[in-house]
Ligand binder design. Structure first.
Ligand code: HEM
Length: 137
């Protein structure tokens, strides 16, 4: 991920903060939706308890969004995540599944405050993260 210039970092931060404040169940709701839509993924998540995994996912997401304007941090972090996710057997086609579940969960949690701009900002940001994590080693 090179630069954050075209990403609306403020909107991403605000919507994520709102979603996490709106419901403690935000990360759990994300995994429930993901496993409902793609049950075959459930078996891949066996190293941690669902609670621990949800916490790690949302903490990482907050950290990534907080550092979107720090390309050095993002590159280091995504390098580690790319390696770990390859080791988990994550395949390229799974990235949109996770993105769809994430954005739908954010949309639900933000309720009436969600906007087309928020949708576009998240689609662009997730696409950047996914593309970066899919780069060959
Ligand atoms: C922006 C995208 C993503 C973020 C922020 C994220 C975050 C995380 C974090 C923080 C962990 C904990 C351990 C580690 O850091 O390696 C993790 C584990 C994992 N992630 Fe992701 N992830 C993302 C995308 C995906 C995708 C697309 C898949 C595909 C199914 C996936 C599947 C997994 C699996 C299988 C584990 C291991 C679960 C376990 O140990 O039980 N992740 N992820």
């Amino acid at each position: 991920m090179s630069t954050a210039t075209e990403l609306d970092v403020g909107l991403l931060r605000d919507t994520l903060e709102l979603a996490l404040a709106a419901t403690d169940a935000f990360p759990t709701a994300f995994y429930e939706r993901l496993f409902r839509d793609h049950g075959e993924l459930r078996a891949m998540f066996h190293r941690s308890s669902p609670g621990a995994q949800s916490k790690m996912f949302s903490q990482k997401l907050v950290a990534l969004v907080d550092h979107l304007d720090d390309p050095t941090w993002i590159a280091r972090e995504l390098g580690a995540m790319t390696a770990s996710h390859r080791g988990y057997g994550v395949r390229p086609e799974m990235y949109p599944w996770v993105g769809d579940a994430l954005i739908a969960t954010l949309r639900d949690a933000c309720g009436a405050t969600w906007s087309d701009a928020a949708e576009r900002a998240w689609l662009a940001a997730y696409d950047r993260l996914a593309q970066a994590m899919l780069q060959p080693a």
